[in-house]
Design a protein around this ligand. Structure first.
Ligand code: ZN
Length: 501
């Protein structure tokens, strides 16, 4: 019989080789989004597909499963090793639940619906998208049955993005969030609107680039273990914790878009750079969940990156890059401008408060689609009605309405909730940081972010997937996820900004 140590070594070698293939494919994907010349895209698609198939084949091989089954019966594993083995076994078994014929159908269905979505956006007509989307919804409902058996299908789908997340939890969180934010939004709307014209001055591209790079450096991004480039849609991708790539985009009339996308992706990247390198290729070297990943980007983007102390430290740097634009703007005016709240149509352009309404209504619609209580053809009307009810805005057309997000065309049902939940975690982590270190924002005001880095390195980064999101939150903050932390944070911040009595 093989020793446990040698068997574990076989497991970890196999997993690292799979990771090598996946990350090699990730390099090709990153290149595809940044530098690939137009004619390269055909064979690039083929190259990525081949590597993906090789990784999948290895991951679902009988030999890996045998090693995992044997290891999970051994008692000499330390807790971290045992956790790696049980998570890998969970992943392998989950993979096996989907019959290959179904996987093919799903990938064909998604391919069709993605192209239909692009065409529907071009002609600004949901009808073009409706039928292919119907097919994807049907397939996702089947997938939920394959994966979750009798568990309610929408909860099963959410598990893909945050294991353990379910309808009851999200209903309760959103149920307390929505009335609180509705009240706050109403109070904000009764006050004079802040002036954000200073954010829409012309700012030259190359200066914006330098500003973004300096901002990444200031928040702690390690350029020895990563780099930044330009892409159409900003994203973060990693090839190990020692090589994490972020991208941004530049619009000369909207420097804030570039800057906060740097901070947002920078927050994702700090998490990836902080994951334990010794666990390369293993579950404990991977991020906890999409909700926790998003908590890291939003903590930096909003809680820290739109706070007054942060700009007390950084405003002179900004004015240094753009003296003509900002030397006559006060810090206070700037702070108000970057926190302007206004109901709007497009989720990705929404402020910190109204953002959640965009997510909550998508969550409601998805839940009904998967449960079968909403028909695909009725999405535009339901969309219109909920935007009126939640945000008081009229949706003029499908492109600015239910065709704005790519997620459904990809079959990503259950994803949206993690955006809002990420914000809720961020607010709760922010409160815990301040509880442990009451002067942490006095340090931020001086440009010193070490108190924040220290807490994250202690409570979030080192664990990988060891804990579920809920357990991680409990351990880090002493209580389960509680939407009240976000409500308190938002109330305090916006009451002051909008001078609400
Ligand atoms: Zn993000």
């Amino acid at each position: 019989m093989k020793s446990t140590a040698s068997l574990y070594n076989d497991y970890s070698t196999a997993m690292q080789q799979i990771a090598d293939v996946k990350y090699a494919s990730a390099v090709l994907q990153w290149d595809q989004e940044t530098y690939l010349p137009a004619q390269g895209s055909h064979f690039r698609g083929q190259q990525i597909a081949t590597l993906t198939a090789i990784a999948h084949e290895r991951f679902t091989s009988k030999s890996l499963e045998d090693i995992l089954l044997e290891l999970s019966a051994r008692s000499e594993l330390n807790p971290e090793q045992a956790r790696n083995v049980s998570l890998s076994l969970y992943d392998v078994e989950k993979n096996k639940k989907l019959p290959p014929a179904f996987v093919r159908q799903l990938s064909e269905g998604v391919n069709k619906s993605f192209h239909a979505w692009i065409e529907a956006r071009r002609v600004n007509n949901f009808d073009v998208f409706a039928q292919p989307l119907e097919r994807v919804v049907e397939l996702k409902r089947q997938e939920a049955v394959f994966l979750g058996g009798s568990t309610d299908p929408y909860s099963t789908l959410m598990n893909d993005y945050d294991r353990g997340l379910n309808v009851a939890t999200v209903d309760a969180l959103f149920g307390s969030l929505r009335p609180a934010l509705t009240g706050l939004l109403q109070q904000i709307q009764e006050r004079p609107q802040v002036d954000d014209r200073c954010l829409h001055q012309h700012c030259a591209k190359d200066q914006q680039w330098k500003l973004g790079m300096e901002m990444l450096r200031r928040i702690g991004f390690n350029f020895e273990a990563g780099r930044q480039d330009i892409s159409e849609h900003p994203f973060t991708i990693n090839f190990s914790s020692q090589d994490v790539r972020v991208t941004t985009r530049i619009d000369e009339q909207d420097f804030a878009n570039m800057l906060w996308s740097c901070i947002h992706e920078g927050g994702h990247a700090l998490y990836e750079q902080g994951l334990p390198a010794a666990q390369y290729g293993l579950p404990l070297g991977e991020y906890c969940s999409l909700s926790i990943h998003e908590s890291q980007s939003r903590l930096w983007e909003n809680n820290i990156g739109r706070s007054l102390p942060f700009w007390e430290a950084n405003f002179s740097m900004l004015a240094g890059y753009f003296p003509a634009q900002f030397s006559a703007v006060s810090l206070r005016a700037f702070y108000q401008a970057i926190n302007k709240v206004q109901p709007s149509l497009i989720r990705t352009e929404a402020d910190e408060i109204t953002y959640h309404f965009h997510v909550m209504l998508r969550y409601e619609l998805e839940k009904q689609l998967i449960e079968g209580s909403l028909q695909v053809k009725d999405i535009p009307d339901a969309w219109q009605q909920l935007y009126r009810q939640y945000l008081g805005v009229d949706v003029p057309d499908h492109k600015q309405g239910c065709l704005q997000d790519v997620h459904w065309s990809h079959g990503s049902f259950g994803y949206f909730a993690t955006y809002s939940i990420g914000s809720l975690y961020a607010a709760q982590f922010d409160a815990a940081i301040q509880l442990q270190n009451a002067s942490v924002y006095d340090e931020v005001r001086m440009g010193n972010l070490s108190g924040i880095h220290h807490w994250l390195r202690q409570h979030i980064y080192p664990f990988g997937r060891y804990h579920s999101s809920g357990e991680l939150c409990n351990l880090a903050t002493g209580e389960p996820l509680n939407a009240q932390h976000f409500v308190q944070y938002a109330t305090q911040k916006y009451t002051e900004i909008y001078d609400i009595k």
